[in-house]
Design a binder for this molecule. Structure first.
Ligand code: PLP
Length: 396
């Protein structure tokens, strides 16, 4: 099996699993309990906060554990909207956010908020001038993702943060794909809220955190006990928290080396696909891009079919379409780049890890070549296209 879907989830790091195990068997106390079994669990939670805060240049009391990126995004947007409703009800985000942000925005729209969904350019980048002109006196929040999960484009977060700060607007970034991969400093980048998730950076699933800059008065997200400073009730997922911490420690230590390895593999894969498969397009920015992300559109081949045929060859990848109510919808991200419906539906995302080898990538390219040409052979549109090319060549 060749795993090329690391943007969907990653293999849990052995360091994370090892760190977690004692919290199932021995240190299983409830962190709220007063006896020492409880207080040692509490200590582990607090230590994880210190570590994670250190990883993004924050303070430990600014880290709030959640069940993952989706919850962190929901909390940031809904609570910021609620807290600032007195000042205004306008929020700016982008058309390429993850559904955790987009669907939360749709929910807020129904509750009387107005949302501007910024366009991005052909590479998926936010234009700072467009953002500047979208700001209004009643704008309360800007939410722009750090790096896109489909096309890997890394946004100009520092500039966006500075603009938000200049205008007294809260700035949230969904850093689920960036945390552990790219260096993040919430101070330097003027970030007020940041969402992160464990399972995207070799930590366990079902755990993440929301960074909330101190001084920002956001309401509680889950009501109940006094955990997470009364803002997110529920007994802490101690093994998850400890596993997330261990994964973050490993990621921070090896960030440069890992990124260098992955981007070498990424560039090798991009180069081979561009050279060897005709009528394809690289989606996302060529250089401002996550180290492991490769995303291509192949004309006259359908993404879901490529995916299934790749699976039959033992390769796990992901397509640019999502199944909603039984129909395959092309990705909203690819459509926002200006791709035509048929270009977007012939897309494939391959997200690498440093564990992938060149041999695996060679096998992937050979399989892809064979699959794309088989699918194109079956496509009447491709036949027509070839005929039209032949005619044009003769006419020339
Ligand atoms: N935001 C982005 C950019 C993501 O890629 C994902 C996961 O795919 C999420 C949010 C949701 O994170 P989680 O799976 O931890 O809820």
């Amino acid at each position: 099996m060749i795993y090329l879907d690391n943007a969907a989830t990653t293999k849990t790091a052995p360091q994370a699993v090892e760190a977690m195990l004692p919290y199932f068997y021995e240190q299983y106390g409830n962190p709220s309990a007063v006896y020492s079994l409880g207080s040692s669990a509490k200590k582990a939670v607090n230590q994880a906060k210190r570590t994670l805060a250190g990883a993004i240049g924050a303070k430990p009391e600014e880290i709030y554990f959640t069940s993952g990126g989706t919850e962190a995004d929901n909390w940031a947007l809904k609570a910021a909207a609620g807290a600032c409703a007195g000042k205004g009800r306008h929020i700016i985000t982008t058309k390429i956010e993850h559904h955790a942000v987009l669907h939360t925005c749709e929910y807020l729209e129904k509750s009387g908020y107005e949302i501007t969904y910024l366009e991005v350019d052909r590479d998926g980048l936010v234009d700072i001038e467009k953002l500047r002109s979208a700001i209004r006196p009643d704008t309360i929040l800007i939410s722009v993702m750090f790096a896109n999960n489909e096309i890997g484009t890394i946004e100009p977060i520092g500039e966006i943060g500075a603009l938000a700060r200049e205008n007294g607007i809260l700035f949230h970034t969904d850093a689920v794909q960036a945390f552990g991969q790219i260096h993040i400093d919430v101070e330097a980048l003027h970030i007020d809220m940041l969402s992160a998730s464990g399972h995207k950076m070799n930590g366990p699933k079902g755990i993440g955190f929301l960074y909330i800059r101190s001084g920002i008065k956001l309401g509680a997200f889950i009501h109940g006990g006094a955990q997470e400073r009364n803002r997110r009730a529920g007994t802490e997922n101690v093994p998850g928290i400890v596993g997330l911490e261990a994964a973050a420690v490993t990621a921070m230590k090896r960030m440069e080396e890992k990124a260098a390895k992955e981007s070498r593999l990424r560039d090798y894969l991009i180069e081979r696909i561009e050279k060897e498969i005709p009528y394809c397009r690289l989606n996302g920015h060529r250089t401002k891009r996550l180290p492991g992300n490769v995303n291509f559109s192949f004309l006259y081949a359908e993404g879901e079919s490529i995916l299934i045929m790749m699976d039959m060859k033992g390769i796990c990848v992901s397509s640019g379409s999502a199944c909603t109510s039984g129909a395959l919808d092309p990705s909203h991200v690819l459509l926002a780049l200006g791709l035509k419906q048929e270009e977007a539906s012939g897309s494939l995302r391959l997200t690498l890890s440093e564990e992938n080898s060149r041999e695996e990538l060679d096998y992937t390219v050979e399989s892809l070549k064979e699959i794309i040409s088989r699918l194109r052979e079956m496509s009447p549109l491709y036949e027509e296209f070839l005929k039209s090319c032949g005619r044009e060549e003769k006419e020339d």
